[in-house]
Design a binder for this molecule. Structure first.
Ligand SMILES: [Zn+2]
Length: 279
């Protein structure tokens, strides 16, 4: 079972960062020349990696994971990191994923064409055919794509790391479910949430509201709603609230009782999906 990210790129070849979306001039020159240092970082964090020598993608993943770890420290959230990160030619994968920037594999799956190799859950893959640049051109390009897609309301954030954080957010969501439930139950939750009847029901109730509040892609299914919302928030934590992703304490409960009639329908959907409860 996969969550894919089908978005068209911007056709404009400007690669002219405005430096308004998280990318800094310093970052363009921070990408390491060799991958020894960066591989050590992932090893220390228990993540298997195969970046196919694209140090710019490795650098973007490193930056994204640092955002997650910093937030955990500040918020006391317990957002997990993925098991594995692989840069891959998506033509080698089953299921017509050529338009996807990345995927997060949710269940152990035979993902490769003509191969019985099982890819474990919480493996994040990035598409080398779309993320086709190296060095600082990749960062400039991802910045350009994010700004364009945010403008078109396809994407939830214009931050240049959004495509990376989106997949990591799927992985965070799944780890939250794995901590709460047995693996059999997690499989059932994922299948129930993503079955076509459920998605139809979800879209008829929430599609417009979610497109307006988050972005168009967030309205594809409830797991995308969580990934688009959580990734946007992690990349801009000072302007966001994380209540729906945190364990409720007694004060929040009292507050919610008082405020019940004002409870936001979309926030409730996100909270239930985050916790594996059907809306
Ligand atoms: Zn997604």
């Amino acid at each position: 079972m996969m969550i894919n990210y089908i978005n068209k790129t911007s056709n404009r070849n400007r690669y002219n960062p405005t430096f308004k979306s998280g990318l800094t001039k310093d970052m363009l020159y921070q990408i390491p020349d060799n991958n020894v240092y960066i591989n050590k970082y992932f090893k220390k964090n228990n993540i298997n990696v195969d970046f196919k020598n694209n140090n710019a993608i490795a650098y973007c993943c490193f930056q994204s994971l640092e955002y997650i770890k910093l937030l955990n420290k500040k918020l006391g959230s317990n957002f997990g990191l993925p098991n594995q990160i692989i840069v891959e030619d998506f033509n080698k994968l089953k299921g017509n994923l050529n338009d996807s920037w990345g995927i997060c594999n949710l269940l152990p799956t035979k993902l490769y064409k003509n191969s019985d190799k099982i890819v474990p859950e919480r493996t994040v893959m990035f598409n080398s055919n779309l993320m086709c640049y190296k060095d600082k051109s990749l960062l400039e390009y991802m910045n350009d794509v994010a700004e364009f897609q945010k403008q078109e309301n396809i994407e939830s954030s214009s931050h240049f790391l959004i495509k990376f954080m989106h997949e990591f957010a799927h992985s965070i969501h799944e780890e939250n479910l794995q901590r709460k439930y047995s693996s059999l139950k997690v499989v059932k939750i994922i299948k129930d949430f993503l079955n076509p009847d459920n998605i139809r029901n979800f879209q008829s109730q929430f599609s417009n509201g979610i497109s307006q509040k988050i972005c168009k892609y967030a309205a594809v299914n409830p797991f995308e709603t969580v990934a688009c919302d959580l990734s946007k928030k992690i990349l801009n934590p000072s302007e966001e609230k994380f209540d729906v992703y945190m364990k409720e304490n007694i004060f929040q409960k009292i507050f919610k009782e008082k405020d019940k009639h004002n409870e936001n329908k979309i926030d409730t959907l996100i909270k239930n999906t985050w916790n594996g409860k059907m809306f």
